[in-house]
Design a protein around this ligand. Structure first.
Ligand code: BGC
Length: 460
């Protein structure tokens, strides 16, 4: 008979650890903005080499995400996370110690591989471990850790910047990486992965440790067994089954939507945007960036509260609307010119409003949805495609922002992103299902029956 309290603690420990992978994801996204100017000075590198220093990680992450589909289905979610954490440790140490820019770039590819594995495996693992009622909040916790990671990186960059200590900025990330590595040893593998490997005994044992009652654990195991009856997997399923192709398409689209909200434009170029808004002083820009990071963390709590209550769809629609408004007004201000102090404050308020829009919706919810909509037999393949898309789209957005400012002008650039957010409202209403409180097996049945994408979360 499972011990309820002990099992709840176990579930939280498991989810917390998987979420630690999110922290590392965030640290690695956030750290480079503050470190880059010092790296540039130290190694005397060109603008092109700087771009490589930044984008090598996203490149590695896309490759890591693709590879981890295979890793986590053949070795299991737990071993994949272990490999990911070893790479985190190695990548952080090597980048902090890099004697030249070439080694730094290679180290960042290593780190990228780790981030790619983490960004793929952790949400997948969480969605398979978390009890249905709090699944959305659990995965949003993962996003919360990403945002805390970004904020922590901004803060540590600010702290080390007086001394110009970029090696410390990059090296300090080794500490959480080691913690993750130690913690992962205590994780169980996911019951769904055990079941997919026909290790039902192990699946039942893990469920007994994670659920409130034996009845609940057995019911879940029965559901998992049921969903395993479909005998195909990954690529084969993709070729043969148009219903599965629709789920893959939706996952890819959702990640494109998340990235083309323009969030990372702000994550990577916040100081630059503060400059456009009339803040010429570097100190102001740096603190502004920290405030952006903090807002991102705090607003993620809105999502955690809403996701399993309001549901995914209304929260997403509201978020896109807030983001479109923020970008639209910022664009207007850039067009009209920001001359007064009040105008500057207003621009900052709009920027923060955009951040709130993202953090309360697309940030966490896209990861939640992507992990929920794939049928078990194709889950690895489907999530591989969507996660790799996240990184590729991330790279495109990051690599085109400055060019967009130069060719389209500041106002038009912001309007393009505003317009895209409006388009995403339409796409959400048209294609996105509501999956609140619906078991993964039920979503799968609806999808495979050929129901419309926006209806695969329906009860009946
Ligand atoms: C996105 C990242 C982004 C972060 C910001 C994540 O959900 O995938 O690209 O930098 O949110 O909080």
């Amino acid at each position: 008979m499972p011990d309820k309290n002990k099992n709840r603690r176990m579930t939280f420990f498991v989810c917390f650890l998987a979420a630690l992978a999110g922290l590392l994801f965030g640290l690695d996204i956030g750290v480079i903005a503050g470190a880059l100017p010092f790296i540039t000075d130290d190694f005397q590198i060109t603008a092109h080499q700087q771009e490589w220093v930044v984008s090598s990680m996203m490149f590695g992450a896309a490759v890591g995400a693709v590879g981890s589909g295979w890793l986590s289905s053949s070795l299991g979610r737990r071993k994949s996370l272990m490999i990911g954490s070893v790479l985190f440790v190695a990548g952080s140490l090597c980048s902090a110690a890099a004697p030249n820019v070439e080694i730094l770039i290679v180290s960042r590819v290593l780190l990228g591989l780790a981030v790619g594995i983490a960004s793929y495996t952790a949400p997948l693992y969480l969605s398979e471990i978390a009890p249905e009622k709090i699944r959305g909040s659990m995965i949003s916790m993962y996003q919360l850790m990403i945002t805390i990671g970004i904020l922590a990186a901004y803060l540590s960059d600010t702290a080390f910047s007086d001394a110009g200590a970029w090696r410390w900025m990059l090296g300090i990330i080794t500490i959480p990486a080691v913690l993750l590595l130690i913690g992962v040893f205590f994780l169980p593998d996911s019951p769904r992965w055990f079941a997919a490997k026909r290790r039902f005994h192990d699946a039942e044992r893990v469920l007994m440790h994670l659920r409130d009652s034996s009845a609940e654990a057995r019911r879940e195991l029965d559901e998992i067994r049921e969903s395993l009856k479909v005998k195909q997997s990954g690529w084969a399923l993709f070729k043969d089954n148009s219903n599965f192709r629709r789920a893959v398409f939706l996952g890819v689209l959702l990640q494109v939507m998340q990235q083309f909200t323009g969030m990372n434009v702000i994550m990577y170029y916040a100081p630059k945007i503060f400059e456009l808004a009339g803040y010429a002083n570097t100190k102001e820009q740096m603190w502004g960036t920290v405030i952006v990071g903090l807002t991102n963390v705090l607003a993620t709590f809105i999502a955690i509260g809403l996701v399993d209550r309001w549901g995914r769809k209304p929260t997403l629609v509201l978020g896109f609307l807030v983001m479109a408004t923020g970008m639209g007004i910022l664009g207007y201000q850039m067009h009209a010119g920001i001359e007064t102090a009040a105008g500057q404050y207003f621009a900052v308020a709009m920027l923060l409003m955009f951040i709130v829009g993202f953090a309360m919706s697309a940030g966490p919810l896209i990861w939640v949805l992507c992990s929920e909509i794939q049928p078990l037999k194709g889950r690895d393949f489907g999530i591989t495609c969507s996660t790799a898309t996240n990184w590729i789209a991330n790279m495109i957005v990051g690599a085109t922002f400055l060019t967009m400012l130069n060719t389209l002008g500041n106002a038009n650039t912001f309007w393009v992103y505003g317009g895209l957010n409006l388009l995403f409202i339409v796409l959400t209403l048209w294609l996105v299902p509501e999956t609140k409180h619906i078991s993964l097996e039920h979503i799968e049945r609806n999808l495979m029956k050929g129901r419309r994408l926006r209806e695969i979360g329906s009860h009946n």
